[in-house]
Design a protein around this ligand. Structure first.
Ligand code: ZN
Length: 155
């Protein structure tokens, strides 16, 4: 009985650390700035819908206005967008990047050896701005927010 009590005390105090020395953090109970996030998400969905549904508007002025609005709100409220969210928006013309609709995507290899390691994914927006991602360097790469597993705390 006395041994059990000692174990309970050691687990209760201090940070919760597993056998690999990783500090385990409980998931957040609520979303901070929920209203801002809902508004940003709604504007993005609205813009995507207008890009897909409205083919008469060649300049996509309405959907671009929504993304411009989203960009301003994000800056005003200092909300952080995920990398996958930011990759779907052109920073220059505020278009939602949808393959075959507002952008073209191709894999380019400019190296002499033509090894798969030097493959670069190029997303070209209608306005001419290109986003380049070196997909060949690390094929299994995931942004930090999409990685599963415990959170590593830095000292
Ligand atoms: Zn663009």
């Amino acid at each position: 009985m006395a041994k059990l009590n000692k174990k309970d005390k050691s687990q209760g105090k201090g940070p919760n650390v597993n056998e690999h020395g990783v500090i385990l953090v409980p998931p957040p109970k609520s979303v901070p700035n929920k209203e801002h996030m809902q508004r940003l998400n709604y504007l993005f969905q609205l813009s995507t819908f207008h890009t897909m549904a409205n083919d008469q508007d060649q300049n996509r002025s309405l959907s671009r206005m929504y993304i411009r609005n989203l960009d301003l709100i994000q800056k005003k409220t200092k909300s952080a967008l995920t990398p996958s969210f930011k990759r779907q928006i052109c920073k220059s013309c505020h278009r939602v990047l949808i393959p075959t609709k507002t952008m073209t995507q191709q894999i380019i290899n400019e190296s002499k050896q033509k090894t798969a390691r030097n493959d670069v994914l190029v997303l070209s927006c209608e306005c001419g701005v290109r986003k380049r991602f070196p997909v060949g360097l690390n094929p299994g790469y995931q942004p930090h927010v999409e990685r599963v597993g415990p959170i590593y705390m830095s000292k």
